[in-house]
Design a protein around this ligand. Structure first.
Ligand code: SAH
Ligand code: SF4
Ligand code: F3S
Length: 468
């Protein structure tokens, strides 16, 4: 049994990345006829880890089910970014415990970012003995062995960040049209409120030749879009010697000929003019950037450890808008950071009024155990924070609607992804600027990029008809 030690993430020095080429083979008859239920919370990286977990389960013969009560193995892939993660985990565990009463052989597994939290693992050991396996974000590759070698006890195998990057991973991708591609793991920024560097470890970039090879392979398989994934994609390669910059990598990926290249998430501090030029130069790099602001107050940004001021952020924003035609920009904002004053909050509203974001994810600050901000004294009450969030959301939504309305009566290219979940007479897809479009006709166009006339706009989606 190995327990995570969050502080080890800080100790690891850069330029220690070890590349391990996996060559794992399993008998896919071992669990033939048995079913797995997988639930994933959190960011795109966790979703992509879920695709790896699904592939590993299928390599043993398990088949997917979307009903917990039919499952022989349940895996919960957790997120730790905010406090409500705990409620989700323990609420879900309640359901699993119940299901285990009917099926004593049910295997219950917990993984993801919460499995990297020492206090969570201890709680699972002490209060939830019916959980069978726990594995972390650094040892997903051990899943099959954990299942095969399981004894009738709790198997906990969670590594602290060891500085490794695994290659030759196979994924059961959710889509045959667009694919996630990891370009780096972990994060070196240690923003004072954020748990990610502790649960995912320090930044480790993949080698660019491996990334480009993966994209070339996806092109051959007919994929139309890739999204390059990392917590701070612009810092790509900075942890390695002799590696491309993010702009260089973007160029290499664009040259594979894939129809659409996207990337998340960009940190303003690492955003260079070279990147802006590269995005502007290639038609297949989409004009859409998620550029988290977090706060508009330079005082709060400093306390957050974000490394930029309000003015520097606005300067970057304007450079992007001036250089990349019709670029959509979205953001993340936290309200109620410890001791955020009304003046600080007004600075945030001021940035929103200046940037008029296409959309924004907004959060109330949530103290995460082990992070510096969780130890900061905070005199602001929750009601004030909730009021600020509401005021911010109203402003943000009004700009989203205004940005979407500009599309009405325009013809824009949309990659059609599938049948709409809400209305099966319609299909849905995304514009190059990442706007969701619901389309009345086009069932025969799934997987294609087609011209769509936009007929109506709401805050969170557009409506349209295909125009040949
Ligand atoms: N790497 C990305 C963010 C990943 S987390 C970046 O640097 O922008 C996604 C978002 O969750 C963050 O942008 C932030 O707005 C929010 N978040 C992170 N930690 C939080 C916390 N402790 N409380 C509230 N929101 C938080
Ligand atoms: Fe968290 Fe900051 Fe890293 Fe983003 S850049 S993952 S907010 S520490
Ligand atoms: Fe959550 Fe971990 Fe992603 S904490 S946001 S799943 S990196």
């Amino acid at each position: 049994m190995k327990l995570p030690n969050l502080n080890e993430a800080r100790k690891r020095t850069n330029k220690e990345v070890e590349y391990i080429y996996l060559n794992q083979k399993y008998d896919n008859k071992l669990f033939k006829g048995q079913k797995y239920f997988l639930r994933t919370y959190g960011c795109q990286m966790n979703v992509h880890d879920g695709e790896e977990i699904a592939s590993r389960l299928e390599s043993l013969g398990f088949e997917m089910t979307d009903k917990l009560e039919n499952a022989d193995i349940v895996i919960l892939n957790t997120c730790a970014i905010r406090e409500n993660a705990h409620d989700k985990l323990y609420g879900f565990l309640g359901r699993c415990k119940h299901a285990k009463k009917d099926n004593k052989d049910l295997i219950i597994g917990i993984c993801g970012c919460m499995a990297q939290e020492e206090s969570v693992v201890k709680e699972l050991m002490e209060k939830h003995p019916y959980v069978d396996i726990v594995f972390g974000t650094h040892n997903i590759h051990e899943l099959q062995d954990l299942i095969i070698n399981r004894k009738n006890k709790q198997d906990i195998e969670v590594y602290s960040c060891e500085g490794e990057v695994y290659e030759n991973i196979s994924y059961k991708r959710d889509s045959q049209i667009k694919a996630w591609v990891n370009i780096q793991y972990g994060c070196d920024k240690f923003c004072t409120y954020c748990i990610v560097p502790y649960t995912r470890g320090k930044q480790r970039s993949r080698r660019s030749n491996e990334i480009i090879k993966e994209v070339e392979d996806l092109v051959k398989k007919g994929y139309k879009e890739v999204t390059l994934l990392g917590q701070n994609v612009n810092a790509y390669g900075k942890d390695l010697e002799d590696e491309l910059s993010f702009a260089g990598l973007l160029e290499g990926v664009a040259k594979t000929g894939i129809d659409r290249v996207r990337f998340v998430t960009s940190h303003p501090w690492d955003f260079t003019n070279e990147m802006i030029d590269t995005i502007a130069k290639y038609d297949n790099i989409m004009p859409y950037i998620h550029l988290p602001l977090q706060s508009g107050s330079s005082r709060i940004l400093k306390l957050m450890g974000r490394r930029y001021t309000k003015e520097e952020y606005l300067d970057l924003f304007n450079r992007i808008k001036n250089k990349i035609l019709n670029c959509a920009i979205t953001t993340d904002i936290i309200v109620g950071f410890p001791n955020e004053t009304d003046e600080d909050f007004k600075e945030t509203l001021d940035v929103v009024n200046k940037c008029k974001y296409d959309s924004a994810f907004t959060f109330i600050f949530s103290p995460r155990e082990g992070t510096p901000a969780a130890k900061m004294e905070d005199k602001i009450d929750m009601k004030t924070k909730e009021n600020r969030l509401q005021e911010l959301n109203e402003l943000v939504n009004s700009y989203s609607l205004a940005a979407n309305k500009k599309y009405i009566n325009k013809i824009v290219p949309v990659l059609i992804e599938g049948i709409s979940e809400k209305d099966n007479t319609k299909v849905f897809g995304y514009t190059d600027t990442m706007k969701l479009v619901n389309i009345t006709n086009g069932k025969d166009k799934i997987g294609q990029i087609v011209n769509v006339l936009i007929t109506d706009a709401k805050s969170f989606s557009l409506d349209g008809d295909i125009k040949e």
